[in-house]
Every structure is written in C-alpha cells, then in structure tokens.
Design a binder for this molecule. Sequence first.
Ligand SMILES: CSC[C@@H](O)[C@@H](O)C(=O)COP(=O)(O)O
Length: 371
Amino acid sequence: MKIDGTSYRSIWAEDDGLTVGIIDQTRLPHAFVTRPLKTLDDAAVAISDMWVRGAPLIGATAAYGMAIALRKDASDAAMDEAYRILHATRPTAINLKWALDEVIRNIRPIDVGSRADAAWTLAAEICDSDVETNHSIGAHGLGLIKAIAARKPDGETINVLTHCNAGWLATVDWGTATSPIYQAHELGIPIHVWVDETRPRNQGASLTSWELGRHGVPHTLVVDNAGGHLMQHGKVDLCFVGSDRTTASGDVCNKIGTYLKALAARDNGVPFYVTLPSSTVDWTIHDGLKEIPIEERNGEEVSWIAGVDNEGKDTKVLICPKTTPVSNFAFDVTPSRLVTGLVTERGVCSASRAGLAKLFPEMANQPKQAV
Ligand SMILES: CSC[C@@H](O)[C@@H](O)C(=O)COP(=O)(O)O
C-alpha cells in the first residue's frame, strides 16, 4: 500500500538475491526503519522479536528464512534444522507452519545443488500469492461494505471497527481486515475506521493508525474498552478482524481482546466478520479453545509502555508497582457461533465446517492430527 504516495510491501527480496528487506515494525509509528535479513538467525529473530508480525507476514518471512538458510547449506539435515529454528519462533499463527511445510514439500524433492535458488523463487511466489489472496479477500469484503452502504442514506459514512493490526503491515500487502477498507476508500465510498489500541503491544495504535493515516483513510484511535460503548450507540456498522489460526469448524484465534469485541457485537446486532487467507485455516483441528496453543509473552509488555517523549526520544514507562505479578496472554479464541462470517479469498462463508468445506472442498476432511 502507499506511504505518502509511494507503494511499499512489508517484505521484499533485494537485488543481490541473498538479502531480504523488511520494515522494522517495532520502530513504528515514530521511525520508518528497514532492516536487512541475511542469515537464518536474522529471520528467526525478526519473527520472535516482532520486527515482523501478523500471521501472513510471519509465514512469508519464514519462507525467506528457509531460502536464506539453504544458501549456506542445502542438505536435508540443514533444512530440518532451519525448519526447527523457524517453527519455534512463535506458536499461535499457523501460517508459519504452513509456509515452512510448503518449502519442505516443494524443495526437498529437488537435487541439493538447485535447492537454494528454488527456495528463493518459492518464497517470492508465496509473497506474490499473499498479495493476490488479500486483494481477493478485499473484493469479497467490499461486497459486505457495499451492502451496508446501500441501506444507508446516500453519502453517509460507514463505520468499521478493527482490532490489532490485520493491515498491510501484517501481510505482504493489502492486509486482510483492511483490504476491503482500502478498496472501498479507493472507490470513494465514505468509510471511517475505529482502531482499537490493542494493549499490550498497541498494534492498533502504532501500526493500524499509522498505515491508515499514511494511505489517507479516515480513522479514529480508541481504547480497547470503547468498542462496546460505540456499538451500543450505533457507531459501528460492522467489524472486520484478522485471524492467526482458524479451526476447520470456524473457531477463530486472533489478538487478545477479539473475543470481547465479538461478544459486544453479538449483543448489539453488529455484524462481526473475520477476514483470512485459507493458509490461516488449520484443517487438522476442530476445537479452538482446546486445541490452539496460545502464546504467552513477557510480562514486561504489560507493565511497561513504550513510546516517545515530548522531545521525540524513545522512552519506556512503568505503569504498575515493580513487583506486581503480570500475565500476558497474546491471543484469544472467538467461538464460531459469535462470527457472522469468514471472508476468504474464495468468498464469504459461514463460520462452520460446512461453510469452509463448501469453499475449500480439497482441504476439508483432512485427518485429525497433533500440531
Ligand atoms: C492479517 S493478520 C491477522 C493476525 O495475525 C493479527 O490480527 C494479529 O493478531 C497479529 O498479532 P501479532 O502478535 O501482532 O503477530
């Protein structure tokens, strides 16, 4: 998408064929810093320390991480070790495993001497395909926005609430939740986004606000607890959120707090849509609450808040007594019954086994297995 008129992707291959460029998202919104990834370790740290984050972008980075590793050693043993290191970086987003499995499935059968080039090409294809997929998700989500616009007086603004950052920064481009929004905005449909700040890492405040602002989409930042109030007062027409892992039965795991928004949306009759590429569906699991591993991150993300001071200098402040025990669950599961529909690259379906199976018959009915 555009940053002040210039098009960007969140990840790209440099011309040397050895280096991958990323935007360091830990520095946004106050500094736009790009970083080179040159080693397997660089790629692993980029994911685990959240220089890159968001389920599809984690997958794309992992694919390039494998390609970078194979440049050094393309043996079976080295491939397995790179897989193990990258897979251990973050536990919840299934796109990570999906992308790593794609690399193994396609590259393992190739002779060792050709593997590195082939993996590089495959990683680029995974990125291009993510862009296409997200554009299609946007086209299907746009249909939902248009249906709401048709029921409103001409020219009245459509208000969308979103949680965390399921924007272009979380994918290679377009985003999932933001793709319909960008497409509506480009068509001149009046649209406004309520952006949840998304404690504790504030992906809404620092990333979603930044990317919507830089692209010129009207938006307002709200505290995480404001959503219910906004919905009670008719200020939200629909919710679009992303997913880190969706079960074959339509339960959705996304950034902590998503479940509470879904509850408020149900209580207020606000449509609650989850936007996701099929690479986010874990076809092997059926009960999101029991089967999805929930990442627990360092408690310091909760007890300290990072930002810049009046002089623009990076700073961190402690918001509780130093000794307060803290827990930091990074994701929660929204049961399928609270989801109005899943917006995928193949269309919108009910959040159910039948709905997903109708759109993705070739993927449904896979044997149940441990992840
Ligand atoms: C299209 S991104 C969907 C999700 O990955 C996104 O909503 C989210 O929860 C990201 O969490 P993060 O911890 O920032 O990686």
